[in-house]
Design a protein around this ligand. Structure first.
Ligand code: GLV
Ligand code: MN
Ligand code: MN
Length: 418
């Protein structure tokens, strides 16, 4: 590999950090469970902050628990360049989703230090709080607030399955939520943001290419669908007479799958991730079925069309089955096109380092999706084995991560000198 900074990227350091932080885990032996604002999450944050201080970064935190570790530039008045990602996981998730990007950012700064490079702009390695939507039903808590998409009202309207609101979870940890309004959205300019992440799909692996340059990020639309039927006896109610909330929900789920499969839109997906039945016992036809709907695409118009067709189809299914159906929209994020200047700088750095790369689109969302409201963003992907993610089987080849980190480090240094 050419490149004075890229060659300073150390595999042993990256591996030690990423495997080290995996110890902060609520489900050892069953994948990593580290949901935002839990004790494991707070311990993992401290682990990252300790590593930041060891690297001589100036550490700052905000009232949502976002962490900013700054490598000072030569011009103290220049707007910073950001990198970083998240350290929370889905339940029973993997070791690399989010973590790869946080530690690739730290390793980039470590490599700059070893190469004796100090760019003009500060480089800030950030940990954004709560990227996963699994605990509070809202994704990218920290980066969403930074961009102004999370409001103070959201802090009390979003609660976890135990009923703890986001505001309560923050107050229990001593965060001053009163400061929310004066802190968010961020007002000081940021020059650019570069985030590295594992791909979570298998395009890179299939192509045998170690680095993906992301051109666009799909965004989620999230709804909750409630079907209300008639609760009755599983043995006593004939198949003709029942108004089964679950069966209508199941048919609606299959409709979602068909609409997404048959759509001509690139990268569109439709998922039911959670289903709850009332009363939820084997001998009773459910009177109520509630399920989540997650629709993603790089095209907002295609996503809207799919959601409209789903709602119309669900009403038709409900009419035919004699039940009632309603949808509640929880979230509707807009997809993002990555900044062309930044992506071309990254391609150029990869070429200079002799690292093979290809353009990819991100099906998953990322903190960069939110940050893109406020600043130009670009992302780099490294392959994960079999494209598997959000699962304990998530796995990477550290040689790929070293290559991706080298491109990131060179890219950060170049953009921080603009
Ligand atoms: C991020 O984790 C996603 O679900 O896309
Ligand atoms: Mn994830
Ligand atoms: Mn992630």
């Amino acid at each position: 590999m050419n490149g004075a900074i890229g060659t300073e990227v150390r595999r042993d350091e990256l591996e030690g950090w990423i495997e080290g932080i995996a110890a902060f885990n609520a489900t050892p032996g069953e994948g990593v469970t580290r949901e935002v604002y839990t004790p494991e999450f707070q311990e993992a944050r401290s682990y990252v902050i300790d590593r930041m201080r060891e690297l001589g970064l100036e550490v700052r935190e905000d009232c949502l628990g976002d962490v900013f570790g700054t490598y000072a530039g030569t011009d103290p008045t220049a707007a910073p360049v950001w990198t970083g990602s998240h350290i929370d996981t889905v339940p029973n998730g993997g070791r690399y989703d989010g973590l790869a990007g946080v530690f690739a950012g730290l390793e980039s700064v470590a490599a700059m230090r070893r190469a004796g490079v100090r760019p003009r702009r500060p480089v800030s390695v950030n940990v954004y709080a709560g990227e996963e939507m699994s605990r509070f039903g809202v994704c990218c808590i920290g980066s969403r607030a930074i961009s102004g998409r999370l409001t103070a009202a959201d802090l009390v309207s979003h609660a976890d399955p135990e009923g703890t609101t986001l505001a309560e979870a923050l107050q229990r940890l001593g965060y001053d939520t009163e400061r929310f309004g004066s802190k968010f959205p961020r007002r000081e300019p940021v020059h650019a943001s570069l985030e590295l992440h594992i791909e979570q799909s298998d395009h890179l692996e299939r192509a045998g290419v170690p680095v993906g340059v992301v051109t666009g990020i799909c965004a989620p639309t999230n709804l909750v669908c409630e079907v209300r039927g008639v609760q009755s006896h599983a043995g006593g109610t004939s198949m003709r007479d029942r108004r089964d909330a679950y069966m209508a929900a199941a048919e609606t789920g299959l409709l979602l799958e068909r609409l997404a499969r048959e759509s001509t839109s690139a990268y569109i997906t439709g998922t039911v991730g959670r289903l709850a039945l009332v009363p939820g016992v084997a001998s009773v036809i459910p009177g109520r079925a509630t399920f989540t709907v997650d629709v993603r695409s790089v095209s907002a118009a295609d996503k809207d069309a799919l959601v409209r067709d789903l709602e119309a189809g669900a009403r038709e299914i409900a009419r035919r089955r004699g039940v009632e159906v309603s949808f509640e929209l929880l979230n509707d994020d807009a997809p993002l096109a990555c900044d062309e200047h930044l992506t071309s700088v990254l391609r150029g750095r990869a070429d200079e380092l002799g690292v093979a790369h290809m353009d990819v689109v991100s099906g998953p969302y990322h903190d960069s999706l939110m940050l893109g409201d406020l600043m130009p963003v670009a992302m780099l992907f490294v392959p994960c084995k079999g494209g598997i993610s959000h699962d304990r089987a998530e796995s990477i080849d550290y040689d790929d991560l070293v290559k991706g980190t080298a491109v990131l480090a060179e890219g950060l240094a170049r953009i921080a000198d603009e």
